[in-house]
Design a protein around this ligand. Structure first.
Ligand code: HEM
Length: 154
């Protein structure tokens, strides 16, 4: 499927708006991940030992921002090159981190759902189905690249 310029713009513009409020976005994202999959808590170093999701935790924010930002970058790459193009060293790192933490394929679906719900909440009236599917498509391709690398390294 071709990733269009319009889809790329929808992703880029919504990320520009959302990144103004990273603390709230990150919290919402992780709250939704744990709503969908409470057991995922144990995998994250910054969640496993506390009863609540920590406010203003740098690691939590870092993971949230990485997922959003890399999905946005994937959208740009898909439009420009028809494929996700992550440097080999980054991909190897992503593969090994997730493998080590015990991440498995269904977790990627959980994170996708949380990502899309968070975008919908954050964007309010500016949200559209088309925007949602553009993010979803870019995320799927990015997740596929990470999952493939995890299988290589396993
Ligand atoms: C760590 C990116 C999906 C669980 C990381 C790191 C990156 C990253 C870059 C290294 C730490 C950092 O720099 O913040 C991504 C991207 C994803 C994705 C781009 C999807 C496209 C997932 C999924 C899970 C997951 C589906 C499981 C639900 C973790 C865990 C760590 C980690 C547990 C270690 C964090 C810690 O405890 O400090 N991820 N990730 N990630 N990721 Fe992901």
């Amino acid at each position: 499927m071709v990733f269009t310029e319009h889809q790329e713009i929808l992703v880029k513009e919504s990320w520009e708006a959302m990144k103004q409020n990273v603390p709230e976005l990150s919290l919402q994202f992780f709250t939704t991940i744990l709503e969908i999959a409470p057991a995922a808590k144990g995998m994250f170093s910054f969640l496993k030992d506390s009863d609540e999701i920590p406010q203003n935790n740098p690691k939590l924010k870092a993971h949230a921002v990485k997922v959003f930002k890399m999905t946005c970058e994937a959208a740009i790459q898909l439009r420009e090159k028809d494929k996700v193009d992550i440097p080999e060293s980054t991909l190897k790192y992503l593969g090994s981190v997730h493998l080590k933490k015990g991440v498995i394929d269904p977790h990627f679906e959980v994170v996708k759902e949380a990502l899309l719900r968070t975008i919908k909440d954050a964007l309010g009236e500016k949200w559209s189905e088309e925007m949602c599917s553009a993010w979803g498509e870019a995320y799927d391709q990015l997740a596929a690249a990470i999952k493939a690398e995890m299988k290589e390294e396993a």
